[in-house]
Design a protein around this ligand. Structure first.
Ligand code: SF4
Length: 152
């Protein structure tokens, strides 16, 4: 829902802090999660993650979350699914080129990122191209694997 999505970018600062707390907690439990098996846990995690992030951010469950870097705005809501900033078509009023009634995702991302931290720690970090094989998988578990230096 677009209203909730906008609320989330307006509250990006503390939402990011909640995420850091969640990530820290999951990191503590990662040895147990690894013992059970990330592969086995992927589906239930993805269902919970999809419900929470779907409600708060209209997340499209790409499986490689950038919310913390993009001001809590999901870049997959951009009709062109751009992940490193806006296209050249943003309207004068900040509207999307493709969907004029929608504010450009990157306008929201910029505003949200200001509430999280300096640009070099958020929105100017270059994101890799989206890997569609990860769609529908748990980004939380993937982040744990990346953090632990395991194969993502
Ligand atoms: S205006 Fe913004 S949301 Fe619309 S297509 Fe371009 S980058 Fe994406």
């Amino acid at each position: 829902m677009r209203a909730v999505r906008l609320w989330s970018t307006r509250n990006a600062g503390w939402l990011k802090k909640c995420y850091v707390l969640l990530e820290g907690t999951l990191t503590l439990f990662n040895p147990l999660l690894k013992a059970i098996g990330h592969k086995r846990l992927d589906k239930p995690f993805a269902v919970v993650e999809g419900a929470v992030k779907g409600f708060l951010f209209d997340s499209q469950s790409c499986g490689q979350c950038t919310l913390g870097e993009t001001g809590m705005a999901c870049p997959m809501n951009c009709p062109k699914t751009l992940r490193n900033g806006p296209c050249g078509g943003v309207r004068q009023d900040g509207g999307c080129e493709i969907k004029p009634d929608m504010t450009c995702v990157w306008v929201n991302a910029w505003e949200g990122s200001q509430r999280i931290g300096p640009p070099e720690e958020t929105i100017t970090i270059i994101q890799p191209p989206v890997d569609n094989r990860l769609k529908g998988r748990s980004a939380w578990l993937r982040a744990l694997r990346v953090r632990a230096g395991d194969s993502p």
